[in-house]
Design a protein around this ligand. Structure first.
Ligand code: C2O
Ligand code: CU
Length: 462
């Protein structure tokens, strides 16, 4: 009797209601073990259809994954050491792997036709590059992305600093969501016009590392680096620690920031943050619920502190500042200025046209959804020149704008480096960077339904 009833309940919105269910999934804490299994060198991904339990007490779902019976396998690399990843495409369609946020040579960027031909069904491709930047990155396909990512094709890329960062444990937490039918299968309506013209595709179940409300176990007084990655196709996340432990933010989108108390950070799709938490003494048997408060608060995961204490009391020192990555500083005075206008969406002028063509969004008035050899770049940038781009969101929706091949600076009161800048409705921001990576690069919204309906362009650096 597991339960038609339970399944129905899980299949509907009640799943996202706060604190309503109890799950015992116990899976997540995976420290980086320096053993043979986890060696650097050639690593393998085999995108395929597989079964995966999103819930420990319910039937599995058929998902797409980079590894059999698995979800989001972690790729470990070391800053400054060549990384090779062989990809065997066992999917029923072609795919590619894009390395989100890490600066790679253009031919390793995984964008079909702009940087490589698609990896056809049954074919292989080996990506190799030298990660110059340490930090928390991720990978996903760049073809039919709304469907492939929503089916589960995502994974973390952790580039370890040259000197090990001093924590007791390093844990990756992949956040995403799934749109499940009552029988636990994935809803296959990936390109609904409603989603494309509004906030994108939302699931009815949010998971951490592919598990609903999992339990993480830590030891008393342990200092842990949590690497959050929003790998959802449309949903935002905002992990909320509710003061149950000391939490300090040390990196945003892979790039170090001066350590500061973590007060909650909204992660739009594609965005990451690294948070160092210091556990307290713990109380026998009690797990503390951690919420996602991006919208109405819902369950995200549970944390339980037990076992042998790691030390005799919590560390009270601020976590160390991470060394900065070797990013070229844009010369703001000599920078050339450009403008980028985000347009379209429901209630806009282009709405009617979108209903007919499936193209609801545009960048500087141009809508694109796939790249061809004759695609005209939206911007032609001169190699090694500094640029400032004013981005104005002229829509009623939020857009995380992602540029490939470069890490850029957001020039607000406290400038920070990123690869994905969140533009709230009606807002404006300015970014700056040195166009130091030659090639044809994507510039797009990371709400994948928006990308699929026009909010995409190429930028040529030569
Ligand atoms: Cu994470 Cu072009 O994407
Ligand atoms: Cu968007």
């Amino acid at each position: 009797m597991t339960s038609r009833r339970k399944m129905l309940q899980y299949g509907t919105l009640s799943l996202l209601a706060p604190w309503s269910l109890n799950s015992k999934a116990d899976v997540v804490a995976t420290p980086w073990l320096r053993n043979s299994d986890d060696s650097l060198g050639v690593q393998k991904l085999a995108p395929q259809v597989t079964n995966w339990h999103l819930f420990d007490d319910l039937p599995s779902s058929s998902i797409w994954s980079y590894k059999q019976d698995s979800f989001a396998p972690i790729i470990h690399a070391k800053q400054g050491e060549e990384l090779s990843v062989k990809v065997d495409n066992n999917l029923p369609e072609s795919t590619t792997v894009h390395w989100h946020g890490i600066r790679v040579p253009n031919e390793m960027d995984g964008v079909p036709t702009a940087s490589q031909p698609a990896i056809e069904q049954g074919d292989s491709f080996t990506y190799s590059y030298l990660p110059q930047d340490a930090g928390t990155y991720w990978y996903h396909p760049h073809i039919n992305s709304t469907e492939q990512v929503s089916r589960g094709l995502v994974g973390p890329l952790v580039v370890h600093e040259q000197q090990d960062y001093p924590v007791d444990r390093d844990v990756v937490l992949v956040l995403n969501d799934w749109l499940l039918n009552d029988d636990m299968s994935l809803s296959d309506n990936f390109y609904s016009r409603m989603n494309m013209s509004h906030d994108g595709r939302f699931g009815n179940v949010s998971t951490v590392n592919g598990r609903y409300n999992p339990l993480l176990r830590f030891r008393p007084y342990e200092r842990v680096r949590l690497r959050f990655i929003n790998a959802a196709s449309g949903r935002f996340f905002r992990p909320d620690f509710l003061n149950i432990m000391t939490a300090n933010l040390i990196a945003i989108d892979g790039q170090p920031v001066a350590p500061r108390p973590y007060k909650g950070l909204t992660l739009a799709p594609g965005m990451r943050c690294d948070v160092v938490v210091d556990m307290g003494a713990g109380a026998k048997g009690d797990a503390v619920q951690i919420a996602d408060s991006a919208y109405k608060p819902v369950r995200l995961m549970q944390i339980q502190v037990d076992g042998q204490p790691v030390r005799s009391s919590s560390l009270t020192t601020m976590p160390q500042q991470l060394p900065r990555n070797p990013l070229a500083q844009p010369d703001l005075r000599r920078a050339k200025s450009l403008n980028l206008s985000l347009e379209g969406g429901a209630m806009s002028m282009s709405m009617m046209k979108g209903m007919a063509t499936g193209m609801f969004w545009s960048l500087n008035g141009r809508a694109l959804k796939t790249v061809h050899s004759d695609t005209k770049p939206l911007m032609n940038l001169e190699l090694n020149q500094s640029y400032r781009i004013k981005i104005k969101n002229n829509t009623n929706f939020a857009h995380p704008m992602h540029l490939h091949g470069h890490t850029f600076k957001v020039l607000n009161e406290e400038p920070y480096w990123t690869d994905t800048a969140l533009l709230l409705p009606g807002k404006e921001t300015e970014i700056a960077f040195v166009a130091d990576n030659p090639g044809t690069w994507m510039l797009h919204c990371h709400v994948l339904s928006h990308q699929a309906s026009g909010m995409m362009a190429t930028v040529e650096v030569s």
